[in-house]
Design a protein around this ligand. Structure first.
Ligand code: GAL
Length: 944
């Protein structure tokens, strides 16, 4: 029966929604890039598609909008978990020895995400794009039940044009994503789910394509120019013209060049607007001064701005020389590089940008000047950061395969990243068994050729771990030959191919556990003295010695800068994370960190003494002391007495045997006989108090910013206790959340998502993130049995959160209807339409205006999946407007009758019942009168 109150509510709500959406769109014409991270629904596990059986189902299955099960627009997701992206479900799982060691013993599996997407009427005619920065691993995306994208890599972003399929106004759209993380692409932890950001981009029908601004400065004949290419696309119905204005601004924001180009773009076509901009005496991008310029392109139609985009770039020259290695701005730079994967303690692969900033800053502290993002594309924001921080990047493609699907992944990478001054090399493969063969050569040749079509300024490399001596191999097709390990082949290869630039793409692979100084197989721990390389690798010291002494090797990329989950080589269970890192998974330094700092840092004196000095019970016994320094000499002093002095060995470092006596041991670094740096290590007492040391004291209240906080325990005199292993509990007050905890112990099975964590050798990390619109202060308290608690306050700075797509509740619109031919006599509303008859009744979607009719009666039939929250006896089947008299039948029962013939809203209450209902509306209109379902038909929650 019609319920006036609920109908009124519905009308008011619908009008408000339309008004709200309308206002938003009116405020934001032109280009809008909205975060789509908030408001997703998640279901872990598959929702199997029903088997396709019978003619009706098979027929429907062959149609565009055939999304079944959780892919369907009206699927009941009312019990699903609500969450915000980025999200990695694997890191939420417990460790399980039956899962894959390579993935860190974490279950992966299959899961689904859904999200409701409202679009304003005012958006009609714009170009609407759905963007996912990465989803691990295979994924399929449906919009309103239509498959709109499939992707077979967990590392590439996608821009999906959803313009043709979306609805505007009161009916929200449904996005469904099935993620198959049973698929794997790596032998390391890859995470699972939509683990990078997602976006909704709205532009004019004539717009700049995603990644469509190519503006990479080049130096020609002593002059700097930017050959700019702007790719325009149009989804308009006729050809259109636009003018693109491009402006280049220097690091202070001052305009230094500009130009314009006009382009005509055919309907559903694309065109490139080109111009060359001269920039006089730009400030060069270098490691010490990473001067970042911005290039902005604005597309206009007359005076109306249609779209705009902006990229970051920089002026620098790069060159690889076969004899002298890498040159940046014609200055020789030895690559002091690290390979890294992308997961961090606590958060898995869903790493906030600010945690990336922390990771990169830690690597710079170690002296790193180059990163190989192994073995896949990093998040876009990480490359922006590398530009700003002055870090060189080897940008690596995941899949070695020139077939069309995979080639798309490669060209996506180059298009996205080709403006970054930090990117100096494209890497097309890592350790491919085909590398030694003609197939490897031919595959590489094709991939290189495709890259060169998009970027001629950067060389291409590939990481060879063999195959270099065959007659024809992959190295013959690339510009810079990358060598993994095999330091013994450097001289031979260089001699045989004196014109080929060479770099290490991977070296070391030596094992260390942070804070441990004695290896113990039974406990699966390694000492941190850099004594234990893998059988195929070298110690950090050996590898750098081989590379540092050979000018023709452009540089080193150690395996790895930071630990990662999975690959606990040489161990397996219970070890679940790697031992290779110079830092542990939380970014705490291991022995190799200090070795590289001594080898790589040139601009300040450094010295570090290891191990800790807590060796109770070993008094008088020799303790091996490693001193790492970039000074000329180092002296070790124990309790005020000199123990020894040595000339610094810049490759091997310096070792001393020191009979243990508790107290104070010091390493003094000397240059020209004078002290330039000192490191002091003291024997500590038992822990008495916890200490919280945040990486920063304030964070942006934008729901994105996150701060790592170091947890440690100190003795009565305030000294950090290196072997403390206390379990620490955390409580957070304020508008934020603890998003993960860690301690860098590869053998720990404590959960990442928790409010407690044990210290591991004196340290743990807790990561705190602000809420969107977070204001005030965050107060973190840490407590542990027997220790004095610690507290820290972080200010939440008021900043505007990035613009968001509003969240929306499902509306369950009834869309697909069959319509009987008009009949002179009242038909039976329950007449069975043969399952095989796809033609005698028509097909349509509301609004369905019929009439004036020759004959008075028609049946309208559809079915709907009833969400649990509408299947409680209060659900309302609401018709925006029915013209004519009408009877509403559901599953053979008449639920309501509209007695007036005027077009008017109507609603019936749905009794409890099965989840799938068949709805038939019998409409009767007098000859010559309007007839039909004129408005939306929606199954909504009724008033209780
Ligand atoms: C290399 C490989 C890396 C990692 C490393 C461990 O062969 O490229 O991904 O597995 O070995 O030593």
């Amino acid at each position: 029966m019609l319920r006036a109150s609920s109908l009124f509510n519905w009308l008011v709500a619908a009008c408000l929604a339309v008004l709200m959406l309308g206002t938003q769109a009116a405020q934001a014409a032109g280009h809008e890039r909205l975060s789509l991270d908030a408001g997703w629904l998640f279901h872990r596990g598959d929702v199997p598609m029903p088997p396709i059986k019978g003619h009706g189902m098979s027929y429907h299955n062959g149609k565009a909008n055939n999304g079944w099960g959780a892919a369907a627009a009206d699927f009941d997701d009312s019990a699903w978990r609500r969450l915000d992206l980025p999200h990695d479900w694997a890191v939420e799982s417990p460790f399980d020895r039956n899962e894959n060691v390579s993935q860190g013993y974490r279950a992966r599996g299959i899961a689904w995400y859904r999200r409701y997407l409202p679009l304003a009427e005012a958006d009609r005619g714009r170009h609407i794009e759905l963007q996912f920065d990465a989803i691990a691993t295979h994924s399929t995306v449906w919009v309103n039940g239509i498959v709109v994208d499939r992707n077979w890599s967990g590392y590439n972003g996608r821009s999906i044009d959803i313009t043709p399929y979306v609805r505007y106004g009161a009916d929200v759209n449904t996005i469904a994503v099935r993620v198959d993380a049973d698929a794997q692409e790596g032998w390391w932890y890859e995470g699972a789910g939509i683990y990078r950001h997602s976006w909704l981009v709205k532009r004019d029908a004539l717009h700049i394509a995603t990644d469509g601004l190519h503006a990479n400065p080049v130096k020609q004949g002593g002059r700097w120019t930017i050959p700019v290419e702007v790719t325009l696309q149009s989804s308009a119905k006729a050809a259109r013209e636009g003018v693109v204005d491009v402006v280049v601004t220097d690091p202070t924001g001052r305009e230094v060049a500009k130009g314009s180009a006009r382009a005509r773009v055919g309907a559903l076509d694309s065109a490139v607007a080109r111009m060359k901009l001269d920039v006089r005496d730009p400030q060069l991008w270098s490691l010490a001064q990473p001067n970042v310029y911005r290039v902005r392109a604005v597309l206009r139609d007359g005076s109306k701005e249609l779209d705009r985009t902006e990229v970051q770039t920089g002026f620098r020259t790069i060159r690889f020389d076969a004899d002298r290695g890498f040159f940046l701005n014609e200055q020789s730079v030895k690559l002091q590089g690290v390979c890294i994967h992308q997961d961090h303690a606590g958060v898995g692969v869903a790493v906030p940008e600010s945690i990336w900033e922390f990771r990169l800053r830690r690597l710079k502290e170690m002296g790193t000047n180059a990163i190989r993002f192994s073995h896949n594309a990093p998040a876009a924001e990480v490359l922006d950061m590398a530009d700003r921080m002055g870090i060189l990047v080897m940008d690596e493609n995941r899949n070695f395969n020139p077939s069309p699907d995979y080639m798309k992944q490669l060209t996506w990478l180059v298009r996205r990243d080709r403006n970054h001054p930090s990117v100096i090399l494209w890497s097309i493969f890592n350790e491919e068994p085909l590398q030694s063969t003609e197939a490897g050569y031919e595959m590489s040749r094709r991939m290189v050729a495709e890259i060169k079509k998009l970027d001629t300024t950067r060389p291409v490399t590939g990481a060879m771990h063999g195959g270099l001596t065959t007659d024809l191999n992959a190295a013959d097709a690339i510009d810079v030959v990358g060598v993994n390990y095999q330091i013994g082949i450097y001289d031979h290869y260089h001699k045989k191919h004196p014109k080929r630039p060479l770099t290490s793409t991977e070296d070391t692979s030596a094992y260390m556990t942070r804070g441990e100084y004695v290896s113990d197989k039974t406990k699966q721990v390694f000492g941190s003295y850099d004594d234990e390389p893998s059988s195929w690798g070298n110690t950090h010291r050996q590898a750098w010695k081989a590379i540092g002494q050979r000018p023709f090797i452009a540089g080193s990329f150690i395996w790895t800068g930071i630990d990662y989950r999975g690959e606990p080589t040489p161990y397996q269970w219970p070890s679940a994370g790697s031992f290779f890192g110079a830092m542990d998974l939380a970014g705490f330094a291991k022995g190799a960190f200090w070795i590289h700092q001594a080898q790589w840092v040139k601009d300040r004196p450094v010295v570090k003494l290891q191990p800790h000095w807590n060796w109770a019970g070993q008094e008088g016994k020799n303790i091996r002391v490693m001193v790492t320094s970039n000074a000329e000499r180092v002296r070790v002093v124990l309790n005020g007495t000199d123990v020894g002095e040595q000339a610094v060995d810049p490759y091997e470092m310096n070792f001393f045997q020191v009979p243990y006596a508790p107290g104070r041991i010091e390493a003094v670094a000397l240059k020209d006989g004078k002290e330039v740096a000192r490191d002091v290590v003291e024997t500590t007492g038992a822990p008495v108090r916890l200490v919280l040391t945040p990486d920063r004291k304030a964070l942006a209240g934008d729901g994105l910013d996150a701060v790592p906080i170091t947890v440690s325990a100190v003795d009565a005199q305030g000294r950090s206790v290196p072997l403390a292993q206390n379990k620490v509990g955390f409580a957070l007050e304020g508008q934020g959340a603890i998003i993960g905890v860690g301690n860098g112990d590869p053998n720990s099975h404590e959960p990442d998502k928790a409010s407690e964590r044990s210290l591991f050798n004196g340290l743990a990390q807790v990561i705190v993130q602000s809420s969107r619109e977070g204001r005030g202060t965050l107060k973190l308290r840490a407590s542990a049995d027997g220790l004095q608690a610690a507290e820290v306050e972080l200010a939440l700075n008021a900043v505007a959160a990035p613009p968001q797509v509003p969240t929306a509740e499902p509306t369950t619109p009834m869309l697909g209807w069959r319509i009987s031919p008009a009949a002179a006599d009242r038909p039976d509303p329950n007449v069975v339409l043969a399952e095989t008859d796809m033609n005698s009744w028509g097909w349509d979607e509301p609004p369905m205006r019929r009439g004036p009719e020759a004959s008075p009666f028609r049946l309208y039939r559809s079915s709907v999946n009833v969400r649990a929250d509408r299947n409680d006896g209060h659900g309302q089947l609401t018709f925006g407007s029915i013209a004519g008299k009408a009877e509403v039948w559901v599953d053979g029962t008449k639920l309501g009758e509209k007695t007036s013939a005027e077009p008017a809203p109507f609603a019936v209450t749905l009794p409890k019942g099965g989840s799938r209902r068949e709805v038939t509306v019998l409409v009767e209109a007098a000859p010559g009168q309007p007839s039909g379902l004129w408005g939306r038909v929606v199954l909504e929650r009724g008033a209780r």
